[in-house]
Design a protein around this ligand. Structure first.
Ligand SMILES: Nc1ncnc2c1ncn2[C@@H]1O[C@H](COP(=O)(O)OP(=O)(O)OP(=O)(O)O)[C@@H](O)[C@H]1O
Ligand SMILES: [Mg+2]
Length: 361
């Protein structure tokens, strides 16, 4: 019941209950004094009657008013006190105190709005903590990924300085390793730069109409040509009658496809490499599936592969190299397009990376 209704009822009660009480006192007292005890209506009994009636009426008034006021103030003050306590706790940083209410009145509503605000604050705090943790991990990963090749370059230079590379062949090998390691660092810095620009949303996107069918047809042709030498295949599956025109930034989309394909080739463990691109068209979107028959990713790793610097144990322990930024860049680009990206994989069998893009009709 709303507070307004309760206040009106309580006020009515403060008038009606004493009136009923007065009548009852009048009738019962009169009956007892003058009928049961046969008192004299003109004598001392009348004075007694008036005195008792007066005391009873005062008592009724005090009790009714007291009880109703107590009940009303309790029903208003208790939730306000609870809210005030919660507000204090929130201001001190404690977001665990729940003020959820089952009451249907204005204060119940206020409590539930407050509760929703508390839960939002709590989520925002958790997100902030997660962001902070990610940032720290990012710095740790960057430092590690830059320190390792730098240490290696310094080692080789020291080797040259100390005369360890004492033959022209050895010197050439050392120089090549230094060159390759410096290139790896350069690539990592390029990726980092791109990732941070995407993260800060500072990279301009130039959207245009892109026909995904012809986009992939060219790409798959080139790939098929390159894989042919090792008996590998690259195929494009699509229903030619469907439309695959989407709104996209062509250059960024190329980056997406290149990163996914690089992974397919890098984590390939079969002699006959098979890459398949499948386009699925719905009235509102195009879903792209890029499938390989490589080593696959374990179920436990799949939820993390789109996170920055995440590399599965097997790829970290292998000699493939990489920073773990490739798929996080892909994810950010797809999200800038308003799409989503996900993966499906079976260890030993292969991996499918899917993403969807809004269709232009
Ligand atoms: N097609 C795939 N087959 C098997 N594992 C994959 C595949 N694609 C991604 N992975 C796994 O997901 C991890 C993350 O991939 P991501 O492309 O982000 O990083 P990376 O390839 O290790 O490094 P980078 O792309 O920055 O050079 C990889 O380390 C690898 O373990
Ligand atoms: Mg990669």
């Amino acid at each position: 019941m709303s507070i307004r209704k309760r206040l009106i009822l309580s006020n009515i009660g403060m008038i009606v209950i004493p009136i009923i009480g007065f009548f009852l006192v009048e009738i019962i007292l009169g009956y007892l004094l003058f009928v049961v005890f046969k008192g004299n209506p003109q004598g001392t009994e009348l004075t007694l009657f008036i005195s008792i009636r007066f005391v009873a009426m005062v008592l009724i008034l005090v009790i009714t008013n007291g009880l109703l006021t107590y009940y009303m103030s309790k029903s208003i003050i208790t939730p306000i006190k609870k809210l005030s306590l919660a507000a204090n706790k929130i201001s001190e940083g404690d977001l665990e105190y729940s003020v959820k209410s089952n009451k249907k009145d204005e204060l119940g509503e206020l409590s539930n709005t407050f509760e929703a605000m508390r839960l939002k604050f709590k989520d925002a705090k958790a997100a902030q903590q997660q962001y902070e943790k990610n940032r720290q991990e990012l710095i740790a990963s960057i430092s590690h990924d830059l320190k390792t090749p730098l240490t290696s370059i310094k080692g080789y230079i020291r080797g040259i300085q100390d005369g360890v590379a004492n033959t022209p062949e050895k010197l050439e090998r050392y120089m090549q390793t230094i060159h390759k390691t410096a290139n790896d660092m350069d690539r990592l810095l390029d990726e980092l730069f791109l990732y941070s620009k995407l993260d800060l949303q500072r990279l301009p996107f130039h959207f245009e109409k892109v026909d995904l069918y012809s986009f992939f047809a060219d790409l798959v042709d080139e790939l098929a040509f390159n894989l042919e030498k090792d008996n590998g295949t690259a195929t494009l599956l699509a229903n030619k009658e469907d439309s695959y025109i989407v709104e996209a930034d062509r250059e960024k989309l190329k980056r997406v496809v290149t990163n996914i394909l690089q992974n397919s080739l890098k984590y390939m463990d079969k002699n006959h490499k098979k890459i398949q691109v499948r386009l699925l068209s719905s009235p509102t979107e195009v879903i792209v599936e890029m499938k390989d028959n490589g080593g696959g990713i374990s179920k436990e790793d799949i939820p993390f592969i789109f996170e920055s610097f995440y590399r599965t144990d097997s790829s970290r322990n292998s000699s493939t190299g990489g920073s773990g930024l490739g798929l996080s860049i892909v994810k950010k680009i797809i999200e800038e397009h308003g799409g989503t990206i996900w993966a499906d994989s079976k260890l030993g069998k292969g991996t499918s990376i899917y993403f969807n893009l809004k269709k232009v009709t």
